[in-house]
Each structure stands twice: as structure tokens, then as C-alpha cells.
Design a protein around this ligand. Structure first.
Ligand code: PRX
Length: 643
């Protein structure tokens, strides 16, 4: 039996939903989605109201539409409609890497900044439907750039600042971006990140037409005549009046590249209307957001969490959202908690990997802060282990703050499975129950539907407004990746257990995707980076348990004939992967393997490699079908110590 933490009655009394209301709304949302979403779609302002609500099919060509004849604009909903009531309210609290730097930006101010940049972008020839790549640090201009794109109907494609020039170039190419918005340098944990220098390499490779550069550090960078302009200069010259483009509900809002089991990362494409309705509604209910709350999500805008729960959801709700440039342990390991006190944060949303690393530092760095404004805590990105959950609950939340363990994906646009603070009794490690309109299903490997308490592959049987609509420029890939494994269902790639109370426990990816510190990485991507090295003949990459990161990257490398393994070469290969993809893809362990376990037809048996990396030798299964069963013993003998 797992521990159960009942709902705190004080929280339930004030919350948007208690258990009874959750059950009633959930029932309505699945029994009558048209009526439910027809009503809740009105939480955003529409230029032309919709008359149709849901029109979606997971069969055949897979066609997903919500509110399809309505028109609106995301930036209008995040800014203009708040001006009358809350123009002087703080929209974004920005906390710099250096604790002495912070800034409060009101809705009025943000509106002006967005309009100016939008006009400056237009002057550079960017308009509706054009793609713009953002490669930004966590500074207010990142949110301004997102909203400026939304305002003029341009589609942003954000690339996390930790990706390499090549990875950036691939994404610029994939999205066909004509403009890049970046900064001279980023600043994280006191260290500079050479964003513009990286962007130069990528832009030169892809022949990008124009680039707007924010001055963040004042570092020495090259500005290319005719291509690069300073953000400050072009916005100073621009008018603060830029009408919001009328967008159809189904027009794309953004593309975000994410890793899959095979091939290049996919351009996950999200739309305007359904996405915003879903991001805003989940933000309000799941974090139990109330007027006046200060809300802080520690993610980076380079990931989907930053899109939906730093920028779009909170701003659509007229919230005060905190944007943090730095890292949890700089200048000290109390930084998160100091920021909570400094800005009187009520709702705090972070990743288990951050909690685990801070937990190592003991209670003192937390307890020296008051944290008395905190009311709700959130977790996202990977399963949260019960030890980390308990520490988060007791040491950070002082036992008074419900923890919402939110399960979702880049593809889902918003949270699908999560407790609601006033409604759901908690079990540490469980994401609990589906949000309104979400219909999870567990199936076995043959696609048979499993009922009751069981383990299985997690699918969704019907669409919700915030889900992705296609892979940018490749609808076939969208169909293949998500709807072909189990026909007529969206397959998440995750395994899950459903318990006797109907609670879901996510057990992790069942495909070749790994989750490193909550960042998603395709094993195939790391492999192709490795084999691109002149000395490498073959490589196989798997995930293995890592104390801090959740999963770490374990690689098996076969060198070309005549090459000798050495510690130096090991270092060189790790550095190579960092250069090819970015620091987030750094291998944690590297094993030289003269042979890899292959079937007689030459297919690498990853299952065996995964088990060896996990030290789970009893579960290797049948190895008799291998071309050379002897390689297994050799691999076991030379495995890397993961401690
Ligand atoms: O395996 C699940 C894990 O993260 C994957 C999605 O990664 P990404 O698209 O990068 O989005 C991360 C932020 C939404 C999922 O397939 N995951 C995410 N949240 C949880 C989780 N695993 C367990 N519990 C969670 N709360």
C-alpha cells in the first residue's frame, strides 16, 4: 500500500475545484465534450466566435480541429484584454542570474514592448505564417519575442540555448526560418553562453536573412552587415502600436523540436485557439491559480514547459509569472528559496532533478528561508521518486502545500494527468488522475485494452484542445509516430500502471527515448553523433538509472580497426557529442565494446544492452538468437561502474 495524503480541507474550500466538482466536471467533459469545451473555450476572447467545437479523428489521415471557425490572437489574449483591468499589474517578474538584478514588467509595459518588436519584425519582412527561430537566454525579451511572433501571426520555433550550432542549424533548416532572434551571450550560474557566436555558425550554414540581437552581457560579438541588427535599435525606432493579426483557431502558433525514437527531432506543431484554451485552463485548475498569486515555473522557454506554463497559460490568465535566468545552485544552494521569499512566490513548479540535487545539500539551505508564501508545489518532466517527493513535501512545503505531479509531453501542449490541489488525495510518485477531457487507456503490446488495476502502454483515445496537430511539414511522420502503433489511438511512448483507485503511475518511456534531468533525448541522435567521429565504427546508446539525473546516458562504442581505446579518446568522444548536439547530450558512461549483441540479421539487441547498463544480468532474456552469444559475457565483464 502506498501512502495517501488526503486533501487539505482549507485548500479545498478555496480551490477552483474540490473532489465533487472535479468528478462532476470530468464526467461532463468526457460525456459531452462539445458542451464542456464549448463553454470553457470562452475563457479566451475570440474576434469571431466559434460555432463548431470539436472535429477530430485519430483514424485514417488523423485530423484534429478545435473551435475551427473561430478567430483570435494569442498575444491579444495574453496582453490587450488585460490592459483595462490590470495594465499596472506586474505580468513578468524577471530575476537575473545575479541576485542583484531583477525587474518587474507590467502588462502595459509588456504590451508596448511586444508591439514594438512586432513592428520591427514586420519592417524586416516577417509576416503571418513565416517561421522565426528563437535562441534566447531566460530574459524578458524571450517572452517578448514569442508574443511578438504570435501578434503578427509568425510561427516561433524556440531552440534551447544549450544546443550546439549544428543542432540549431538543423532546426533552422527544418522550420525554414527566415529570421533568428538571439542575444549576444547568455548568463547562467555566472558563466557566459556564446549564443550569438553559435548562432553565427548556424546562420552562415543555413543562409538566414535577418537576425535581431539582444544585448545581454555586452560581450564582444560579430555583427554581420545587412543581416544582424540590435534589438534596442530596431525597437526604439518602431511604433508601439501594432494591431493583433486575426488568426484562425487552427493556425499554427509554434513549432518545437523534440526527440523521438528514430531520426531527426520532430517539429511538434501547436495551434492557436485550442492550445491557448487548454494551457490557460490547466494552469488555473492544476496550480489552483487565483487572482494576485505570484507563480514561478523554473523551466526554460526552450522547452514546452516554458511555453505553456511560463508564458502562454499564466499570461492568458492575467497572472504574475516569474522568469528566472539562473540555476538552482548559484550563487548558493539556497537560491530557489531566496527567490521565493524575495518575490513572495505562492505557486512553485520545478523538476525532480532539481529537487534531488538540492535535497543532497540538506535542510539548512531551505530552512534559513521562510517560504511562508508558498501554497502549491508542482513537479514535471520525469517520475518523482518518493524520497524526493517526501522531501519536497516536508522540507519545502512544510507539509502544508499540495504537490501536483504533472504528467505531460511536448506533444500534448499541456498537462494531461495531474492532481488538482483541492480535489485529489495524493500518493507520492503518482501523477494521479486525468484532467478534464483526457481519456487515458492502457493497452498491452498487442493493443488489447486492459481494464482495472494493471500495467500497460499509455494511450489516449480521443483528442483534447491543446494537443499537437502535426509534425511540421511531415504529416505522415505524425501519423506514423503517434497513431500507427495502436490504430486509432494516440500512443504516448510511456508505460504506466493504474492502481485500484484509478490513479496513474508513469513508469517511464517504453521506446528509445531517454529522459536526462527531465530533458528528452533520442538514443539514435547520440548514436549518430558518435558514429560521425572518424575513429568510431559503431555505437549503441541506452538510458541507465542515475542518482541525480533520473536517467543518464550510457554508450557502448566499437572503434574502427587499428584504433586503440584510451581515457583520452573517451574524453574526446564525450566532448565530440557535446559539440555535435550540446551539453545536455553528454554521455555519462562510455564502455569500449569490441562487439555488440546482434541478431543474425545484424540488428542490435538494445534490450540486452539496457539490462547490462542497469546491472540487471538476470533479466537478459534469451541470448541464444545472437550471432555471437559470447559478446554478452565480455560486455558484462567490462561494464562501467555507475556509482
Ligand atoms: O516520459 C514522460 C516524461 O517526460 C516525457 C515528455 O518529455 P517532454 O516532451 O520533454 O516534456 C517534458 C515536460 C512536459 C514523457 O513522455 N514525463 C513528463 N512529466 C512526467 C514524466 N514522467 C513521469 N512523471 C511526470 N510527471
Amino acid at each position: 500500500m502506498s501512502d495517501i495524503y488526503p486533501v487539505n480541507p482549507d485548500i479545498a474550500a478555496k480551490a477552483h475545484a474540490d473532489n465533487e466538482k472535479y468528478l462532476e466536471m470530468y464526467k461532463q467533459s468526457v460525456d459531452n465534450p462539445e458542451e464542456f469545451w464549448g463553454e470553457h473555450g470562452k475563457r479566451i476572447d475570440w474576434f469571431k466566435p466559434y460555432t463548431k467545437v470539436k472535429n477530430s479523428s485519430f483514424d485514417g489521415d488523423v485530423d484534429i480541429r478545435w473551435f475551427e471557425d473561430g478567430t483570435t490572437n494569442v498575444a491579444y489574449n495574453c496582453l490587450d484584454r488585460h490592459l483595462e483591468k490590470r495594465g499596472d499589474q506586474v505580468a513578468i517578474i524577471w530575476e537575473g542570474d545575479d541576485p542583484s538584478e531583477s525587474e518587474n514588467i507590467t502588462y502595459k509595459d509588456l504590451h508596448q514592448r511586444v508591439n514594438k518588436l512586432a513592428n520591427a519584425m514586420k519592417a524586416q519582412g516577417v509576416g503571418k505564417g513565416d517561421r522565426v527561430t528563437l535562441y534566447m537566454p531566460m530574459i524578458p525579451e524571450a517572452a517578448v519575442a514569442m508574443l511578438a511572433c504570435a501578434r503578427i501571426g509568425a510561427i516561433h520555433a524556440i531552440v534551447f540555448g544549450g544546443f550546439s550550432p549544428d543542432a540549431l542549424a538543423d532546426r533552422i533548416k527544418g522550420s525554414g526560418s527566415k529570421m533568428v532572434i538571439t542575444a549576444d551571450e547568455g548568463l547562467r550560474g555566472g558563466r557566459k553562453v556564446p549564443l550569438k557566436a553559435n548562432a553565427d555558425l548556424a546562420m552562415d550554414r543555413e543562409g538566414v536573412e535577418s537576425c535581431i540581437v539582444v544585448k545581454r552581457t555586452g560581450g564582444d560579438i560579430d555583427m554581420k552587415d545587412g543581416r544582424d541588427v540590435w534589438y534596442d535599435e530596431v525597437t526604439a525606432a518602431a511604433s508601439a502600436d501594432c494591431p493583433a493579426e486575426e488568426m484562425n483557431a487552427e493556425d499554427p502558433l509554434f513549432i518545437l523540436y523534440t526527440s523521438g525514437s528514430t531520426g531527426m527531432p520532430k517539429g511538434v506543431q501547436h495551434c492557436t485557439g485550442g492550445y491557448l484554451v487548454y494551457a490557460a485552463m490547466t494552469h488555473e485548475y492544476i496550480f489552483d491559480y487565483h487572482e494576485g498569486d505570484v507563480y514561478w515555473c523554473t523551466a526554460d522557454v526552450g522547452w514546452v514547459t516554458g511555453h505553456s506554463y511560463i508564458v502562454y497559460g499564466p499570461l492568458a490568465n492575467g497572472a504574475t509569472t516569474l522568469m528566472f535566468e539562473g540555476v538552482p545552485n548559484y550563487p548558493t544552494v539556497s537560491r530557489f528559496w531566496e527567490v521565493c521569499d524575495k518575490h513572495k512566490v505562492n505557486i512553485f513548479y520545478t523538476a525532480p532533478t532539481a529537487i534531488r540535487s538540492l535535497m543532497r545539500e540538506g535542510k539548512e539551505p531551505v530552512e534559513k528561508c521562510s517560504l511562508d508564501t508558498l501554497r502549491v508545489l508542482g513537479s514535471v518532466g520525469e517520475p518523482i521518486n518518493p524520497e524526493a517527493w517526501n522531501w519536497y513535501n516536508e522540507v519545502v512545503g512544510k507539509g502544508n502545500c499540495p504537490i501536483v505531479d504533472t504528467w505531460w509531453q511536448t506533444e500534448t501542449g499541456g498537462i494531461l494527468i495531474s492532481p488538482l490541489p483541492g480535489a485529489t488525495a495524493l500518493k507520492p510518485g503518482s501523477a494521479t488522475r486525468p484532467f478534464f477531457g483526457v481519456e487515458p487507456q492502457l493497452v498491452d503490446n498487442d493493443g488489447n485494452v486492459l481494464e482495472g488495476a494493471t500495467d500497460g502502454n499509455l494511450c489516449m483515445t480521443t483528442s483534447w484542445p491543446g494537443m499537437m496537430r502535426t509534425c511540421y511539414g511531415d504529416h505522415e511522420r505524425f501519423k506514423q509516430t503517434y497513431f500507427s502503433t495502436y490504430a486509432g489511438k494516440y500512443f504516448t511512448g510511456d508505460g504506466a500502471r493504474r492502481d485500484e483507485d484509478g490513479y496513474y503511475w508513469i513508469t517511464g518511456r517504453v521506446d528509445d527515448v531517454i529522459n536526462v534531468s527531465g530533458h528528452r533525448m533520442g538514443t539514435a541522435e547520440v548514436e549518430s553523433a558518435l558514429v560521425a567521429h572518424a575513429k568510431v565504427a559503431e555505437a549503441a546508446v541506452v538510458g541507465a538509472p542515475h542518482d541525480l539525473k533520473g536517467q543518464g546516458i550510457y554508450v557502448y562504442v566499437t572503434l574502427n580497426a587499428g584504433e586503440e581505446p584510451s581515457d583520452e579518446l573517451k574524453k574526446e568522444l564525450v566532448k565530440w557529442v557535446r559539440q555535435e548536439i550540446g551539453p545536455i547530450a553528454s554521455p555519462d558512461w562510455l564502455q569500449w565494446s569490441p562487439g555488440l549483441p546482434k541478431t543474425r540479421s545484424g540488428k542490435i539487441m538494445r534490450r540486452i544492452l539496457r539490462k547490462i547498463a542497469e546491472d540487471d544480468f538476470d533479466a537478459l532474456g534469451d541470448t541464444s538468437t545472437l550471432a555471437d552469444p559470447g559478446v554478452v559475457d565480455e560486455l558484462i565483464e567490462n561494464r562501467q561502474n555507475r556509482q
